[in-house]
Structure formats: C-alpha cells, structure tokens
Ligand binder design. Structure first.
Ligand code: NAP
Length: 353
C-alpha cells in the first residue's frame, strides 16, 4: 500500500466508522469519507475537529448507498476501501426490505462495482457482523460447544425474521461473490470483519446505531422487572476500529475475522453497570421467565418467535483468528459498557440520577 494514497471510508459519520477515521487521521493518512450529507454539522463536525488536530487529511464526499455513481469520485486513487455504511436498526421501521436489506445489499454491490472500475484499489475491508455467522441463539445447538467461528454462516434469518441479521448475511455473501467474479482475477482482495455487539464510547451523539439504544435500555427501566436470559458477544469499539485498520494494512490478512472480547448475558451486563453506578438506575437483577416474557414480548417490540428461538440459549464466539492474524488484544468489555453508559449520561441520552 502506498502510504500517500487516500483511503475510502464509507458511512464515516457512524459510531464504528468515527473511530476508524480517527485512527487513520492520527496515523497521517488522507481519508476520503463518504456520508449522506457532508454539510450536516451534527454528522461530520466531530470528524472535522479530529482532522484539525491530526497529521492526516479529511476529505468529505456525499454518497448514498443506493447510488453507485456517487462512489466514483471518493474512490478515485484509493488503494484501500473500508466499507462500513449499512443501517444498524432493529426496530422503528415498517418495511424491513427497504429499511435494511436493500441498502445493505445494493450498497455493497454499488461500492464493489465501483471497485471494479477503479484500478487503484487493491483491498476492500467490509464491515460485516457476527450476524452473518448465526441467526438465532438456538443455532448454537448445531455448532460444537455452542461456539461460532468464521466457518459458520447464518442460514436461519430472513426478511421477515431477524431482518438486520439477514441484511448483513446477504451483503457479505454478495461481497464474496463479487470478489470471486472480478474481471481481472485477484486485482483486489476482500477481508471481512465480523464484530459482535459493539460497545464503548462514541465520538458522535448523532448515531442511531442499535449499540446506543441497547445501552440506553439499561437506564430507562425497560428491564426493571427482569431481563430475558439472552447473551451478547461484546467488543470494544476501539478494538473494532483497530481491527479494520489492521485488516487493511496486514498483507496476510484474509477471509473473515470474528471480533468479540467476551460474551455476557444481559444480567451480567446489568451487574457490571450496578458495580460501577450503584443502584440508582434500574439495571436488571432478575431473570425474566421465558414463558412470561414470551407472552408479553410483542409489548416490548419482539415477536414470540424471536423469544422462542433466542431466550435461554447460551452462545459464544471464537476470536482466535483475530488475535492471531490481526494481533488484537481485546479490551475489557465490562469497562467499555460502563464507559459507554457514562457517556450516554454525559450526553443526556440517559437521564442523570
Ligand atoms: P451507525 O452509527 O448507525 O452507522 C451506520 C452508517 O451507515 C451511518 O454513518 C449512516 O450514514 C450509514 N448509512 C445508513 N444508510 C445509508 C445509506 N442509505 N446511504 C449511505 N450511508 C448510509 O451504526 P454502526 O453501529 O456504526 O454500524 C456501522 C457498521 O458496523 C454497519 O455496517 C453495521 O452493520 C456494522 N456492525 C455494527 C455493530 C454494532 O454493534 N454497532 C456490530 C456488528 C457490525 P448517514 O450519516 O449518512 O446516515
């Protein structure tokens, strides 16, 4: 890689991308950052401030995932493309295909087809997700010791059931297909990073990432009466950013990399928060019984099918490839959860008590 060549980061306004852009600017690179609205201060102001205090250079470009032409200019001259843009919402939409699947799939196609027409590009790093390795926690029954690794694929999600997970799965599959079918064989390679639920401080207050809303629920009383017995793989956002950058610059990096520091249940996350913040917030302390939660699930925005397939099944993730090839030494996820919650309080996104 030519250190002077610009690096394209799509979805630069996002929670995860903010830390990637920061890392690249601090290392002195020129970042071509795409956002849907480069004039929206709430979306890009934090990036401009970071750039002003870094040796690197930030250039903002407008690009919507649904418009292939818009990626041509920002990609010109880039050797490395880091494609993070994709909606990460699990509630609040009417049409799952339009809200999630179409932007994820068409966005990946549009970015990678532009790669085909941009001869300078040598590597694409795609932000996929552990969501592309499994669909429901119940799927853990089909893998050794309930531990998912990079050989696993999500085969149980659909546009009607777990559409976000489905969107990530078909977008990653499409990326591998386009990489394999490129017109000049092996001119560019693809490395996918597959993070678990990302936690830790955000550089922006503008993100609508489910990472933020998940943490908010620990402070707003949603789980006051009990938390369903569900487990999340968790990873610090700074480790996720480091992994993207190392995936971009480590010549031997290849294939998929699960990123997960540790898997915690909702109750374990609640316990970590209570240890740090005491009992002034309604952190969950009791497990919700499956049958009871199944009955009232629709009131909380979950389908009963989701509860049936996801409650009471422990899951785990094998992070050994990322430790071996990318040399990620994972930060403590309980600390990241607490830092993130403190930031939500400071930013007014969780009520101060
Ligand atoms: P985020 O803060 O909501 O970032 C998503 C980004 O996607 C935003 O910058 C948004 O840009 C962009 N985007 C959405 N729809 C777009 C469209 N139609 N055209 C152009 N840009 C669009 O969420 P995040 O948590 O950082 O997620 C970033 C990536 O990480 C996603 O690919 C997500 O699937 C993946 N991921 C996240 C987690 C996690 O726990 N957070 C875990 C695994 C994987 P605008 O500013 O223009 O709206």
């Amino acid at each position: 890689m030519d250190p002077k060549a610009p690096i394209l980061v799509t979805g630069a306004s996002g929670y995860v991308a903010g830390w990637i852009v920061k890392g690249l600017l601090e290392a002195g690179y020129t970042v071509h950052a795409t956002v849907r609205d480069p004039n929206k201060v709430s979306s890009v102001g934090h990036l401009q401030k970071i750039a002003a205090n870094s040796p690197g250079t930030l250039k903002l470009f407008k690009a919507d995932l649904l418009n292939q032409c818009e990626f041509v200019d920002p990609m010109a001259g880039c050797e490395l493309v880091i494609h993070t843009a994709s909606p990460f919402i699990i509630t609040g939409f009417v049409d799952a295909y339009e809200a999630l699947v179409r932007p994820a799939l068409e966005g990946t196609r549009n970015v990678l087809r532009t790669v085909e027409y941009t001869p300078s590009v040598k590597r694409v790093v795609l932000t996929s997700s552990v969501a592309a390795t499994y669909g429901d926690a119940q799927d853990a029954l089909n893998v050794p010791n309930g531990i998912f690794n990079e050989s696993h694929w999500n085969t149980t999600s659909s546009v009607d059931h777990q559409p976000y997970l489905y969107s990530k799965t078909i977008a990653e599959r499409e990326a591998w297909r386009l990489q394999a079918e490129q017109s000049e064989p092996n001119r560019w390679d693809l490395v996918c990073v597959n993070p678990a639920l990302v936690v830790g401080p955000a550089l922006t207050t503008n993100s609508i990432s489910t990472s933020i809303s998940t943490l908010q629920q620990f402070g707003d009383g949603t789980m006051r009466l009990g938390a369903p017995k569900m487990w999340n793989g968790l990873v610090d956002v700074r480790d996720v950013a480091d992994a993207h950058i190392r995936a971009g610059f480590t010549p031997e990096a290849n294939g998929r990399y699960i990123l997960c520091g540790e898997t915690l249940s909702l109750l374990q996350m609640g316990a970590a928060l209570r240890k740090q913040f005491g009992s002034k917030y309604p952190f969950p302390s009791l497990p919700a019984p499956k049958l009871g939660f199944w009955a009232i699930a629709p009131l909380y925005g979950f389908t009963r099918d989701f509860v049936a397939r996801n409650m009471n099944y422990k899951i785990g993730f094998d992070n050994s490839r990322s430790r071996r090839d990318l040399h990620i030494e994972y930060r403590d996820v309980r600390t990241a959860v607490c830092e993130h919650f403190q930031q939500l309080i400071d930013d007014g996104l969780v009520k101060k008590r």
